[in-house]
Design a protein around this ligand. Structure first.
Ligand code: NAD
Length: 321
């Protein structure tokens, strides 16, 4: 079995590699060649942590495995990232474990890739202002990946804890894009694309904040009870997701579905937009929403790509189980 440590994942798993791997597996999901198995995810009653196991199988790419880990909100004070995880891959022909891949950078990059894919396929081509809601560990990854998708001229950003925005401003400076911390009203009035990436349990963006033509990538809600958007905003949008079942149960759409404002049939798969079997944006005035819930297959596709890149990059750490 190959062991791929975090530093090697950081070196090998570029934004381009993540985008390609995730876009391909979204397409495989929409062709029903790849399936996510039911998610186990719960509060463990210790350290305020949410722990889970996500697994799946991509018959097209032959990626079989699981990601285990979760979210420990107190880690930042210990100098650790709040998300901790590892991916275990198995040989699809024999069931033998083939690789264990550190999951932290992998998760950050595959999540950033998902919102970037939604921007590539759903945002207006003339989008020029990027709005960021959230400024935690994941925000910089989402912002960098978003910037690569359109000719963004500036960034407007809001965070519940404004002192965290300085770090995001630093990332914007590295990317050479002007950055301004603003109130939510201004963010919604100026942004053409909005990425939300917070741990919020109550709506942040309301219907009145968002103007026609905006694309929203709502990426923070991945657990029952979390929420970033007012359900009325979700109901006003043309809605897409990575996986409909997750979107309606643990994703941003859980609230609008529970309130009866939308049904599962109203939620389209982004993979179907990628393969051209479902229309995406239909007019410049559409509000499009991507509910990025985070599926196992993103992790497995990413880990499989890392293994492939690692095999071509030199000697590997192997263990006999
Ligand atoms: P983090 O802990 O580093 O940052 C949390 C962010 O949420 C900060 O901006 C913080 O100010 C904000 N926040 C905290 N409590 C809030 C509240 N009550 N209301 C509004 N904002 C609040 O976390 P992170 O690593 O940046 O991840 C952010 C979120 O994204 C988490 O909820 C995480 O579970 C989720 N996530 C989703 C996916 C996915 O695939 N969809 C993947 C990774 C992370």
């Amino acid at each position: 079995m190959i062991v791929i440590p975090e530093h090697l994942v950081e070196k090998l798993f570029t934004a381009e590699a993540a985008f390609e791997a995730v876009e391909a597996v979204f397409a495989a999901m929409s062709r029903r060649e790849a399936v996510n198995f039911p998610v186990v995810r719960d509060m463990i009653g210790h350290a305020d942590a949410v722990y889970g196991i996500k697994s799946g199988f991509d018959r097209a790419g032959l990626a079989l495995g699981l990601k285990a880990g979760g979210y420990w909100p107190g880690n930042a004070q210990k100098g650790l990232t709040n998300h901790q995880s590892a991916v275990l891959l198995f040989d699809a022909d024999t069931g033998r474990p083939t690789a264990i891949v550190s999951g932290n950078h992998l998760t950050a990059m595959r999540t950033a890739a998902a919102s970037a894919i939604s921007i590539r396929h759903l945002a207006r081509p003339d989008a020029r202002v990027l709005g960021m809601v959230g400024a935690g560990h994941q925000a910089g990854f989402q912002m960098r990946a978003a910037l690569a998708q359109r000719d963004f001229e500036r960034i407007v950003a809001w965070n519940l804890h404004p002192e965290m925005l300085d770090r995001l401003a630093g990332v914007a400076a590295e990317e050479g894009v002007p950055f301004e911390a603003v109130e939510l009203d201004r963010l919604g009035a100026e942004a053409d694309v909005i990425v939300t990436i917070t741990s919020s349990f109550a709506p942040i963006l309301k219907r009145c904040h968002v103007r026609p033509g905006t694309h929203i990538a709502a990426m923070g809600t991945d657990t029952k009870g979390k929420q970033e958007l007012d359900p009325a905003l979700v109901a006003a949008a043309r809605v897409f997701t990575d996986e409909v079942a997750q979107s309606a149960s643990i994703g941003e759409c859980q609230h609008a579905v529970a309130a009866g404002l939308i049904s599962r049939e109203d939620i389209g798969e982004i993979g179907a937009v990628v393969t051209g079997t479902r229309p995406g944006r239909q007019s410049a005035d559409d509000i499009t929403l991507f509910d990025g819930t985070g599926v196992a297959l993103q992790d497995l596709a990413g880990a499989a790509r890392v293994v492939e890149l690692a095999r071509g990059a030199g000697p590997l750490v192997t263990v006999d189980l």
